[in-house]
Design a protein around this ligand. Structure first.
Ligand code: HEC
Length: 133
């Protein structure tokens, strides 16, 4: 009996660990291979980050918040859960995956393919997201 309780407690704490580290996505979002392989052609520097921040404030901040934590003014009205961009769930994704998701959109996340037609600007937003960790 004692060992059973011990086993269950271990199992429970392991599950709790998994949840607290959030190593998986709330709703997995598949990215086509072509994008996973892409390298960011825009090299991050102070000037790029300044322009990207302006794009962020204009297009992204209302939902994702000032620092990407998902606490923008519109966040509460959304049905889709947003990840915290400062965490591994997002930071461990390849640049191309973030690029793809910004262009494609899903559910409450708008597609920015038409709103931001300059691909380098989307890449610069990826640079900006990297500066949030
Ligand atoms: C209207 C609210 C809204 C706006 C504006 C918005 N997003 Fe999102 N975004 C979301 C939501 C909601 C999700 C989660 C979507 C999902 O998982 O289906 C998301 C997901 C993402 C993801 C995927 C993260 C992951 O879970 O892997 C990226 C990258 C992203 N947004 C970047 C941006 C950028 C960059 C902008 C601005 C150009 C932007 N978003 C503007 C609501 C928004």
């Amino acid at each position: 009996m004692k060992s059973k309780i011990y086993f269950l407690t271990t199992l429970l704490s392991m599950t709790a660990c998994l949840f607290s580290f959030k190593v998986y996505q709330a709703k997995p979002w598949a990215v086509p291979d072509k994008y996973v392989q892409m390298k960011n052609p825009v090299a991050s520097d102070a000037e790029i980050l300044k322009d990207a921040k302006a794009l962020w404030v204009k297009h992204c901040q209302s939902c994702h918040g000032k620092t990407g934590m998902g606490d923008g003014t519109k966040a509460a009205q959304l049905d889709t859960e947003m990840e915290d961009f400062t965490t591994d769930v997002v930071q461990k994704q390849p640049d191309g995956a973030l690029f793809y998701k910004i262009q494609a959109g899903r559910d409450d996340m708008p597609s920015f393919k038409k709103k931001i037609p300059d691909e380098d600007e989307i890449w610069s937003l990826v640079c900006f997201m990297r500066s949030l960790k």
